[in-house]
Ligand binder design. Structure first.
Ligand SMILES: [Zn+2]
Length: 112
């Protein structure tokens, strides 16, 4: 086993990836990743983990509003869906051809 120098976990999910939600009220949903926060280990997924935010009226006379916004969730709560075999999978990293490429652990297909 190699020693892990940094405590940061490797983020193997990118913006635009299709992921499956494993936990929470949106469990089972498949959606696109909107934003990745590698330092926080969180992702924001389209239409998942929506929370209602209350906006206070700015001026008297105008109404306050409730809007739904996606809240970031822990990366370990989502799993990447492989574009080749369409299954939720773990992601491996290969270092072939000098570059770093993600691989589907199930079908070994490269993931962009
Ligand atoms: Zn696959």
């Amino acid at each position: 086993m190699k020693e892990i120098k940094s405590k940061r976990i490797a983020v193997r999910i990118k913006k635009g990836d299709l992921v499956k939600v494993l936990l929470g009220k949106d469990r089972g949903k498949r959606a696109r990743v909107l934003v990745v926060f590698p330092r926080q280990g969180r992702v924001m997924v389209e239409g998942v983990n929506m929370v209602k935010k209350h906006i206070k009226p700015k001026r008297s006379g105008s109404k306050g509003q409730r809007v739904s916004v996606a809240a970031p969730m822990t990366i370990s709560n989502v799993q990447l869906v492989c574009p080749s075999c369409k299954k939720p999978t773990r992601v491996g990293i290969s270092r072939d051809n000098g570059g770093r490429q993600r691989l589907c652990k199930k079908c070994q297909a490269p993931i962009k």
